[in-house]
Design a protein around this ligand. Structure first.
Ligand code: SF4
Length: 332
């Protein structure tokens, strides 16, 4: 069976100068690649985490999937349809099966609308009037663990955790097949974070939806995702089953990110891997391996030749000339 979402070699570009300015300045290429050659797939009922520092391209992938940013190259198939070949009307019909959970649910909600209006707004936006909106609001609020009378409140009357639940209810209003969750726990206390992640996990199991989580919080990734992809300068440097990557990262950038993440079990804490230098500009990508300017394991080859993707038996891929070695069995 084909996956719900299948992305191959996706490239997304941003224009850095207007048409006139690029002619005046004689710029050959007034674009930068925010996302390069990214491939992944997501099955129904599965969760994939996109991880990386700010500016790594993870939010651009989400915007491109949702039709908010043009895709320059590659193919994106969703539920058997090639999104790039659809006209606007057909895309809008497919788009109803994709929902976005914004990072700041209160800030992204109109302060003048009641919670009932907000959770049922997708019905109005997508032309699905004719439903009993009181009933729908009560159903959605109950689904996310809020009492139906929350429908009469306004966003400023909600706690951070309640606002997230409203964001989840709104995202699920149209029974989507895919939810894109942008930093689903940002700004929440740790105990509330766990509640929101458990809610998402439970709903996913119950409803069979696929979730694409965008985050820099590795604890979120560990808690909720089946697979994860690590991004650097718009590329995937490593991708695979979440547990396998936490157990044994193969790319030095992943190793550094994981080593900076507080371990719940202090006995399992790893030595911190410090990265030198700054993240290079997308306008001036390093030659060879683009991570070589910061990599503690870089060698001469890395400075001139770009590494290719290696795949191991566990559908775990990494892009490195000298990947970190998996633990060797101890000699008897
Ligand atoms: Fe580091 Fe070289 Fe691997 Fe790049 S290819 S991540 S520089 S070891």
């Amino acid at each position: 069976m084909s996956p719900l979402l299948d992305v191959s070699n996706m490239r997304v570009r941003y224009r850095t100068a207007g048409r006139l300015a690029s002619v005046v300045k004689r710029m050959d290429d007034p674009f930068i690649d925010a996302v390069c050659d990214v491939s992944f797939s997501l099955e129904a009922g599965q969760t994939l985490g996109l991880v990386g520092e700010s500016g790594s391209g993870k939010s651009t992938i989400a915007r491109a999937l949702l039709g908010l940013k043009d895709i320059a190259e590659g193919s994106v198939r969703f539920d058997g349809r090639d999104l790039r070949s659809l006209d606007a009307r057909s895309f809008n019909a497919v788009r109803r099966d994709m929902a976005m959970m914004w990072q700041d649910p209160v800030g992204s909600l109109s302060p003048r609308l009641t919670i009932k209006s907000l959770v049922t707004e997708p019905f109005r936006i997508h032309g699905r009037e004719g439903r009993d909106l009181d009933e729908e609001a009560a159903r959605l609020l109950t689904m996310v663990g809020l009492a139906p009378d929350f429908g009469a409140r306004y966003p400023h009357q909600l706690s951070g955790g309640q606002a997230r639940r409203v964001g989840v209810a709104r995202a699920l209003a149209l029974d989507p097949k895919l939810v894109v969750a942008d930093e689903p726990t940002a700004g929440l206390d740790v105990s509330v974070q766990a509640e929101v992640l458990n809610l998402l996990s439970d709903l996913q199991k119950r409803l069979g939806i696929a979730i694409l989580v965008i985050t820099h919080n590795l604890n979120v990734v560990r808690h909720i995702t089946d697979r994860m992809a690590i991004m650097y300068l718009g590329r995937f440097v490593e991708q695979g089953p979440t547990q396998a990557i936490f157990d044994q990262p193969r790319h030095p950038y992943t190793e550094a990110l994981l080593s900076a993440n507080p371990e719940p079990d202090p006995d399992a804490a790893k030595a911190r891997v410090e990265l030198s230098g700054e993240v290079p500009s997308l306008r001036d990508r390093p030659r060879g391996c683009e991570f070589h300017t910061r990599c503690p394991h870089a060698r001469d080859l890395c400075r001139t030749v770009a590494p290719t993707v290696t795949k191991d038996a566990a559908a775990h891929t990494f892009t490195c000339h000298f990947p970190l070695l998996p633990p060797q069995p101890s000699p008897r």
